[in-house]
Design a protein around this ligand. Sequence first.
Ligand code: PMM
Length: 284
Amino acid sequence: MNTPLPGLANLDRCAVMGVVNVTPDSFSDGGLWLDPEAAVAHGLGLVARGADLVDVGGESTRPGAHRVTEQEELRRVVPVVRELAAAGVVVSVDTMRAAVAEQAVAAGARLVNDVSGGLADPAMASVVADLGVPFVVMHWRGQSVDMDRLAVYRDVLAEVVAELRERADALLAAGVKEEQLILDPGLGFAKTTEHNWALLAGLGTLTAMGRPVLVAASRKRFLGTLLADPETGELRPARQRDDATAAVSVLSARAGAWAVRVHDVAGTADAVRVVAAWQAAGES
Ligand code: PMM
């Protein structure tokens, strides 16, 4: 669980990454933090509630979403990163664009989180190699606008592992160092509900790849499906999926995840501490 990552503290438990979406249209909190001051205040609040790092993103990746321009993404993200970093927060930038990654790191971000694992922008690999910061390589098969069509697997766990390995090798060939890499199964990205559960159940296979693993299940649709109203079949609304998210955090921490990315930090911050204490006591 404690593989060192450049520039980041090594915790003795699963880390908690809080989410700040500076977007009008994210599925779970779209529009709430579009104003930079509100976004910064929200990020500071997440840290006060126990987040170890804060992930700032300016582009929604929910299924069907269209891309924003680079200029708009920079305008949303960079001021928020700068202020949070200046306040001492460990900031990660959630972007598929090399220019945004570069400017966010110049503004103080310490980690680049790319849901495309470097596939969306051919310049990302060399920029991340030069920056030397940790880089989240998420499993991704295509842009949000048509990712549901790409959710076809014979063996989702084996294929995600193979495709992440292929991505990691391409990044290493482009000069990124092994020590920078963090892997992420990409829950909900070209994945059905069944695919997501298979990947979570197989988390040990991902951690066995030898790099830190990030799990981002927070408020995702598959939890809404699990908790759907038994009478109407209506999905549980996104903001009522936080207890289920904390349960996923417990199981992810126990399976050796490096970090979990969540919207509601408080429950997960307590949960990962319970797991660490349980394991430190010599789980039998
Ligand atoms: N999911 C979302 C956004 N960023 N980053 C990583 N590394 N992994 C994810 O699964 C992921 C992500 C979409 O969720 P949001 O709209 O609630 O932020």
